[in-house]
Design a protein around this ligand. Structure first.
Ligand SMILES: C[S@@+](CC[C@H](N)C(=O)[O-])C[C@H]1O[C@@H](n2cnc3c(N)ncnc32)[C@H](O)[C@@H]1O
Length: 270
């Protein structure tokens, strides 16, 4: 891939997703685009990029974005944040919300659903009293492809093995051949919807908990600032923000303070 194609592609991707590709990632781009090159019988990545330069073909554009985003995820990813939720954050939020009996959660960048479903299972397992509350879990992502998989609630053995304890697997999933189907009760707890964090957001209610993990690492400082500020406006006064292990609000948006819970940094508005 030529320098000029790579520069064009980085700008094209950033305009649409806010994802910032560092220099020297040509190999990554070529690897991720090559299945599309084959499928569209374009002969080379250069020709695919030439097609992007001319605009048009919105389906191809969507496929390119879906091919480039990293969808890596797993059930109960990193373990400690979920322990922090179970031991302290959820009980605190329930105390704060006990009059309204409503709890509202947003999993931004939810990928194939393991994160919001882990949370839904955690709530079912540990807080049965929430059955009589209005609990809303909104899970969003830029990629329609991952959202479709998330909605299906169907996972391979390999995906289940990544983080789902056997006892919970047997309780909440049914095996069909070599796939595991999540039960309708847990699936019904999560609403999936397309949302580009770098684009305009629909009107949303206030959230008690926002999980936005392992996505802002791909964004530049200005984008992170904008997103954190917009989330801040949506977070209820007692609400928690949960970031990925390599992410922080520190030196980006100091209207948040870090709260250490179970070896994990959560964030609240000051
Ligand atoms: C590495 S996954 C993280 C999934 C999950 N939060 C976790 O930590 O396991 C990053 C997700 O962010 C999504 N993503 C990337 N850019 C985005 C954007 N601009 N708006 C919304 N989602 C985006 C990708 O499609 C991908 O599913």
């Amino acid at each position: 891939m030529t320098e000029s194609d790579y520069a064009f592609f980085c700008g094209w991707l950033k305009d649409r997703t806010a994802i910032h590709l560092e220099s020297g990632k040509q190999y990554l781009v070529e690897t991720r685009l090559s299945p599309l090159v084959k499928q569209y019988q374009l002969g080379s990545v250069e020709l695919l990029i030439a097609k992007l330069r001319t605009g048009g073909d919105s389906v191809l554009q969507t496929r390119v974005i879906e091919a480039l985003v990293t969808n890596e995820t797993s059930f109960f990813r990193d373990h400690n944040p979920f322990e922090a939720l179970r031991k302290q954050a959820i009980p605190e939020l329930m105390e704060a919300r006990k009059t309204e009996r409503r709890l509202s959660v947003w999993c931004a960048a939810a990928s194939t659903g393991q994160e919001p479903y882990s949370l839904a299972i955690l709530l079912r397992e540990n807080f049965p009293q929430l059955m009589s509350w209005k609990v809303k879990i909104l899970a969003t992502d830029i990629s329609r492809e991952v959202l479709n998989k998330a909605r299906s609630g169907v996972y391979s053995q390999l995906e289940i093995n990544r983080g789902m304890p056997a006892v919970l697997m047997l309780k909440y999933f049914t095996q069909h051949g070599n796939q595991w189907h999540l039960n309708d009760d847990i699936r019904g707890m999560v609403d999936f919807s397309e949302l580009n964090l770098a684009g305009s957001w629909p009107a949303m209610e206030r959230f008690d908990l926002v999980m936005i993990r392992n996505v802002m690492i791909y964004f530049e400082l200005e984008t992170k600032k904008r997103i954190l500020s917009r989330i801040g406006a949506l977070l209820s006064p007692h609400g928690y923000l949960v970031l990925g292990g390599a992410e922080t609000t520190y030196n980006i948006d100091d209207s948040y303070r870090r709260v250490e819970i179970h070896k994990t940094g959560f964030y609240q508005r000051r």
